[in-house]
Design a protein around this ligand. Structure first.
Ligand SMILES: *Cc1c(COP(=O)(O)O)cnc(C)c1O
Length: 361
């Protein structure tokens, strides 16, 4: 069976070698006579998988020892509540930069628990840029400062981090985690739903500085308290066992096949440049965001003509390029080119776009 080139924003493409390995181990994981899906999460054999996943993540991301790695459920969306419940605990205030729908959802959810302050927003231009930040406008008393590092829907990303001083910087990394190295020590907490760059849906990864654990509000549900999971090595209840196993295979792929995050970044830049360079010289297709803010992972583009956009998307499907339809709030097209999208997938897409342009002059 031929595999398509899948440009889905999430859940998204996984490395083929990971899927093959998972398939080969489906009925009998490592001589255990069971699928990973069937085994007790408290068994010795599973313990090796979850511990292996954590140590690989620590190694690949170079996570400092004073940070805990938590394997949770509930998606990045649950973090929109977990972060304020656990961290909005001194002044009851937090700062937010609104760079898209996810950032806005994090802000709105936090507003239910305390004073959420918008320090900057790019809503005025459909979130097509990252606003300039002036640290003198940041609240020195804020319990945290929240950003969404890569904006999945609009295709922008922060290329430098806000200077928040002693205020912990919190970031939603759902659509850029593992795409390039980041300095974890600059953050108090980062979180990501796994289904874009780490593995299947169902797993949410939280990396939290230890001193931020243990101050949740009294009424915080046990399952929403970071301390519950930190104290129990993500085994307070049944973790998303199979998703963690796939995440471990993805991390092995990044480490062994790609060669780590520096190399991953090079490959991602190469892919993104292929597409951006084409967009910049095309007379039909245009990127929708300011150049300095362009995402490496999500690339929205339009022809400026809705009918032509539709025709492009449907012809693309026939050629094996799927999930290129843009988010309803931006229209047009969006190519999500996460880690597992091979260079040849982007090359083939650009070839197809050239052809389409020539045939529809
Ligand atoms: C996909 C996404 C989310 C939502 O993730 P869920 O796991 O579905 O809750 C949040 N933030 C960003 C940046 C995303 O890309």
């Amino acid at each position: 069976m031929a595999r398509v080139f899948n440009f889905s924003a999430g859940p998204s493409v996984l490395p083929e070698s990971v899927l093959q390995k998972a398939a080969s181990e489906m009925l009998d994981y490592n001589g255990s006579g069971q699928s990973v899906m069937e085994m007790s999460h408290r068994s010795k054999v599973y313990e090796e998988i979850i511990n292996g996943c954590e140590s690989l993540l620590r190694e690949v991301m170079n996570i400092p020892d004073n940070y805990k790695v938590l394997f949770l459920q509930g998606g990045a969306s649950s973090q929109f509540a977990m972060v304020p419940l656990n961290l909005m605990n001194k002044s009851g205030k937090a700062d937010f930069v609104l760079t898209g729908q996810w950032a806005k959802k994090a802000y709105q959810e936090a507003s239910r628990y305390g004073v959420a302050n918008v320090v900057a927003s790019s809503a005025d231009k459909t979130f097509s840029y990252i606003p300039e930040l002036d640290p003198s406008t940041f609240d020195k008393d804020a319990d945290y400062f929240h950003i969404c590092l890569n904006n999945t829907i609009y295709g922008t990303r922060f290329t430098s981090l806000p200077e928040t001083g002693d205020v912990p910087l919190i970031a939603d990394l759902s659509s850029c985690i593992l795409s390039e190295p980041i300095d974890v020590s600059k953050f108090g907490l980062v979180y990501a739903g796994a289904q874009k760059n780490m593995g299947p849906a169902g797993l949410t990864v939280v990396i939290i500085r230890e001193d931020l654990i243990g101050n949740a509000r009294d009424y915080t549900p046990t399952m929403f308290n970071y301390k519950t999971h930190a104290d129990n090595d993500s085994m307070y209840n049944t973790p998303p066992t199979y998703a963690i196993y796939i995440c471990k295979l993805v991390l092995e792929w990044i480490k062994n096949d790609i060669g780590g995050l520096e190399k991953m970044k090079e490959q991602n830049e190469r892919k993104a440049n292929l597409l951006y360079d084409f967009l910049d010289q095309s007379s039909m297709f245009k990127g929708t965001v300011e150049k300095e803010c362009r995402s490496l992972m999500n690339i929205p583009f339009v022809t400026g003509n809705d009918e032509l956009d539709k025709k492009f998307v449907s012809e693309a499907v026939q050629k094996g390029f799927v999930n290129l339809k843009g988010h309803r709030s931006v229209g047009g097209m969006r190519a999500s080119i996460y880690n597992a999208m091979p260079v040849k997938g982007v090359e083939a897409l650009v070839e197809f776009m050239k052809e389409f342009e020539a045939n529809n002059k």
